[in-house]
Write a protein that binds this ligand. Structure first.
Ligand SMILES: NC(=O)c1ccc[n+]([C@@H]2O[C@H](COP(=O)([O-])OP(=O)(O)OC[C@H]3O[C@@H](n4cnc5c(N)ncnc54)[C@H](OP(=O)(O)O)[C@@H]3O)[C@@H](O)[C@H]2O)c1
Length: 282
């Protein structure tokens, strides 16, 4: 099995260019999906307290024949724990749920600016990293103003920012902002999730045909060309493997521009999840 190419991060570490997403991956079937993903070659496993599956990820880690130190386990702080003290306890609680003693990566899930405590939450991640509970710290769904606030307050720039990005909402401005600040963009819902028809789009199908690849492979390649890291979810071993088979072709600039042209702006977002408006469930 070929190793996935990597990106260098601003904290000196590196990450495989594609990660495995675990939304809706739960229970015994979920453990099996994560095990097949590891078998297919994924090393980054992206979970969150909000996904209610940190226990499932922990079980897969224990059952996998791949050693713990070769896996890159990433979780996310929920909005109910943005207070500094609660955040420190939540990070420890998540580690206990997973049955591991450090996170390779840990993110603040949403900025929740109406709550106004994401700066405290960021300070907690900065300190938890110093205590050795987390190796790489980052954020998710942070806009430029949220990034500037935490950097100004703590002097620490997140290593990654995980944001929505797919052909109907390419989020290119925020990708550029991340780049300017030296932050790697992680991409969530690269296929626009199952409620969307992104992967059935005629234009993408035509491009895919030219390269003898599938629509999902073309979308992943479009992301890699932009220097971002897609987090891909699939319960199917066949799809899991196909989604890693993207390192042997390049899209032309014309095809990249065509996919960029499918952007619908704000209405293209999945479920209207604007980071300034989104309120977490739970
Ligand atoms: N930070 C955040 O706020 C945030 C928000 C949303 C998601 N995320 C993360 O990002 C990950 C990915 O996002 P997502 O799960 O929302 O959606 P997604 O990856 O855009 O789409 C997943 C859907 O695509 C299908 N699929 C995958 N590979 C395929 C292939 N090769 N051919 C056909 N269909 C394929 C999957 O079906 P099968 O299972 O049948 O293959 C599933 O229905 C999540 O799992 C999560 O880890 C983070």
């Amino acid at each position: 099995m070929k190793k996935i190419e990597t990106y260098e991060l601003n904290d000196g570490s590196s990450l495989p260019k594609i990660g495995f997403g675990t939304v809706n991956i739960q229970g015994a079937i979920g453990v099996n999906s994560i095990l097949t993903a590891i078998e297919a070659g994924y090393r980054v496993i992206d979970t969150s307290t909000n996904y209610m599956n940190e226990g499932v990820v922990g079980e897969a880690i224990r059952r996998s024949s791949v050693p713990r130190e070769e896996l890159i386990i990433s979780s996310k702080l929920p909005g109910m724990a943005h207070d500094y003290d609660k955040a420190i306890k939540m990070i420890q609680e998540s580690l206990y749920r997973l049955g591991i003693d450090y996170f390779d990566k840990y993110l603040i899930h949403w900025p929740l600016p109406k709550q106004g405590k994401y700066d405290q939450a960021w300070q907690a991640l900065v300190d938890a990293q110093k205590f050795g509970l987390i190796k790489t710290i980052g954020v998710s769904n942070f806009l430029e103003e949220h990034l500037n606030t935490i950097i100004d307050k703590t002097g620490v720039t997140p290593a990654t920012n995980q944001i929505e990005r797919h052909p109907y909402f390419n989020n290119n401005e925020l990708v550029e902002t991340n780049k300017k600040l030296g932050i790697l963009t992680e991409v969530w819902s690269p296929f626009g999730r199952e409620i969307n028809d992104v992967i059935e789009h005629k234009t993408i199908a035509e491009i895919a045909k030219k390269y003898n690849k599938s629509a999902t492979q073309v979308i992943l390649r479009w992301n890699l060309k932009n220097g971002v890291m897609p987090i891909v979810k699939s319960s199917s071993y066949k799809h899991q493997k196909a989604n890693l088979d993207v390192f042997d072709f390049e899209l032309s600039q014309e095809d990249i521009d065509t996919i960029d042209g499918l952007d619908k702006g704000e209405p293209g977002r999945v479920e209207g999840q604007h980071p300034n408006e989104y309120e977490e469930f739970g």
